[in-house]
Design a protein around this ligand. Structure first.
Ligand code: F0G
Length: 438
C-alpha cells in the first residue's frame, strides 16, 4: 500500500493500514494523518504536469483537488472519486480592503467559489472517495453548516446516504437550505457543536456510519490542496503571510501539512507564516497560543455571530498548534464589531463573503496596527465561504439591526440600506441626483 494512517503524536507515531476505519489512534487517542511513502517526481516535472492538466477535459484533471493527485496518494485507483468541479477558486486583488487594513496590496483566495460555496468541498471529495473505497453506505457529520452542505452534496452525488447533525437555531439559513435540498437526513440537535460532535463520534462507531468531520484525515488531505493551488496560481512565489479563520482548526492543520509537503518536495523554497484568526467569543486556540504551553482549555459556551466558527473545543488543535509553530505563525482574535466592519469592506470590493471569512481581514487590520504585519508584506487571506451563505446577517447589518449574541447592537458603519420609494419618476430622479457618486 502506498500510504498509511499514522498517529500525529510525536511520542507515538503508530501506523495503521490506510483501509482501517479509525479516526483517532487506537493506541494513544491522538489524531491521525495520511502519510504517503510514494516518491514524487522532481519539482519541475510536477509543475509542468499540473499546469498541463488545466488544458485537459478529464474531470479528474479539471478538479482543483485531484489535479494535484500526486500529493493525494491514498487510493489504489480513482474509480471512487466523485468530483463536482471543486477547487479552481480565484485569487482576487482587493485594493480597497488593502487600504482599509493598511497594506499596500492584499489578495483573497476565495473558497466560496466552490460548488457548494465553501472550502469544505476540497476536503469532501477526498472524504467521500475514501468512504466509497471502504464500502460505506452512510456518512455523517456534525456541522456549523458548511460541512453539512458539502457532505450532503457529495454523498448524494455519489449515491451514499448523508446524515447531518446541526446545532438547532445556530446555523445560517443558506447552509441549512443546502443540506435539505441535497437530500440529507437532517437532525437539528438542541446542543452546541462540541456537544453534538462528542455524541456523534460514539454513534457513528456503534452504527457503522462513516464520519466526515475534519477529524477524518482524508478531509485534511483534500483541504491541503488549497495551498497547492494557491502556490501554483502564484507561479510558486511564496507569500509572507497566509491568513485564515480558525474554528475546529481542520483547515489550519491542512494548510500546514500542505505547505510542509510542498517544501519537502522542493516546490517552494520556504514556508509562509500562518495567521489564524478567531472570534473573541470562541477563541480557545488564541488563549492556548498566548499561554504558550499546556493543553487547549475548551470554551464552554462559545458565542459569535460568525456561526461557522462558533466552536469552543476544536478537535484539531494539536495539529494546528504544530503547524502555526512550524511556520513561525501566530493566532489573533477579533471582536464582533471588527468582523462586521471587515465583512462590509470585503463586500464593497465586489467580492463578499460570509461572516467567519471576514475575520481574516479584521485580523490583518489588527496585526497591521500592532506592527506585526508590515505595510509592504505580501499577504493572502483565505475567504472560506460565500456571501449568500448567511443573508440574514447581511440584511440586519445594512438595516442597522445587527446585535451580538448578548443583545448589544453593533454599529453598521458601512450600512447600505434599501430605500422604500414612491412610484414617481420626478422624486426618483431627485433622489438619484442626491445620491450620485463621483
Ligand atoms: N470558515 C467557514 C466558512 C467555515 O465553515 C469554517 C468551519 C471555518 C471557517 C473554520 O474552519 O473548522 O477548519 O477551523 N466550519 C465547520 C462546519 C466547522 O461544520 O462547517 P476550521
Amino acid at each position: 500500500m502506498p500510504a498509511e494512517l499514522v498517529c500525529f503524536e510525536a511520542s507515538c507515531r503508530a501506523s495503521y493500514p490506510i483501509t482501517e476505519v479509525i479516526y483517532t489512534c487506537p493506541r494513544c487517542g491522538g489524531l491521525l494523518e495520511v502519510i504517503s511513502r510514494e516518491p514524487l517526481p522532481d519539482p519541475a516535472e510536477l509543475r509542468q504536469l499540473w499546469r498541463s492538466r488545466r488544458l485537459s477535459n478529464s474531470p479528474l484533471d479539471q478538479s482543483g483537488v485531484w489535479r494535484y493527485r500526486e500529493l493525494l496518494a491514498f487510493l489504489e485507483d480513482y474509480s471512487p472519486v466523485v468530483s463536482l468541479g471543486e477547487g479552481n477558486t480565484p485569487v482576487l486583488e482587493a485594493p480597497r480592503a488593502a487600504r482599509w487594513a493598511g497594506l499596500d496590496r492584499l489578495a483573497f483566495k476565495h473558497q466560496g467559489f466552490n460548488p457548494t460555496g465553501s472550502f469544505k468541498d476540497n476536503g469532501m471529495t477526498c472524504g467521500v472517495a475514501q468512504a466509497i473505497r471502504l464500502g460505506m453506505r452512510r456518512v455523517a457529520c456534525v456541522s456549523t453548516g458548511n460541512t453539512s452542505a458539502s457532505m450532503a452534496a457529495y454523498a448524494s452525488a455519489a449515491g451514499l446516504q448523508p446524515i447531518v447533525f446541526i446545532p438547532h437555531g445556530n446555523i445560517a439559513f443558506g447552509k441549512l437550505a443546502q443540506a435539505l435540498e441535497y437530500g440529507a437526513i437532517t437532525f437539528q440537535v438542541e446542543a452546541n457543536f462540541d456537544q453534538i460532535l462528542a455524541l456523534v463520534r460514539v454513534l457513528a462507531e456503534q452504527l457503522g456510519i462513516y464520519l466526515l468531520n475534519s477529524i477524518n484525515p482524508f478531509r485534511i488531505e483534500g483541504q491541503k490542496t488549497i495551498m497547492v493551488e494557491l502556490l501554483d496560481q502564484r507561479d510558486w512565489r511564496v507569500p509572507d503571510w497566509i491568513v485564515l479563520p480558525g474554528g475546529n482548526l481542520g483547515n489550519t492543520a491542512a494548510f500546514g501539512k500542505g505547505l510542509r509537503e510542498l517544501l519537502a518536495a522542493g516546490l517552494i523554497p520556504r514556508l509562509p507564516r500562518l495567521a489564524v484568526i478567531q472570534a473573541e467569543g470562541a477563541a480557545p486556540f488564541y488563549e492556548l497560543f498566548r499561554r504558550g504551553e499546556g493543553k487547549l482549555e475548551a470554551v464552554r459556551n462559545p458565542e459569535t455571530l460568525a456561526t461557522a466558527i462558533r466552536i469552543g473545543d476544536p478537535v484539531s488543535w494539536p495539529k494546528a498548534l504544530h503547524e502555526v509553530r512550524t511556520t513561525n505563525g501566530l493566532v489573533e482574535k477579533v471582536s464582533e464589531q471588527e468582523i462586521a466592519d471587515a465583512k462590509a469592506i470585503i463586500g464593497q470590493c465586489g467580492i463578499g463573503c460570509e461572516p467567519a471569512s471576514a475575520a481574516t481581514l479584521a485580523g490583518i487590520r489588527k496585526l497591521r496596527q500592532s506592527g506585526v504585519i508590515a505595510p509592504d508584506d505580501d499577504v493572502v487571506a483565505v475567504l472560506t465561504g460565500h456571501l449568500l451563505k448567511d443573508p440574514d446577517y447581511i440584511h440586519r447589518y445594512h438595516t442597522s439591526d445587527l446585535r451580538t449574541p448578548s443583545g448589544q447592537r453593533l454599529v453598521s458603519r458601512y450600512a447600505n440600506p434599501p430605500r422604500v420609494v414612491p412610484c414617481d419618476p420626478d422624486k426618483l430622479a431627485g433622489l438619484l441626483e442626491e445620491l450620485r457618486s463621483e
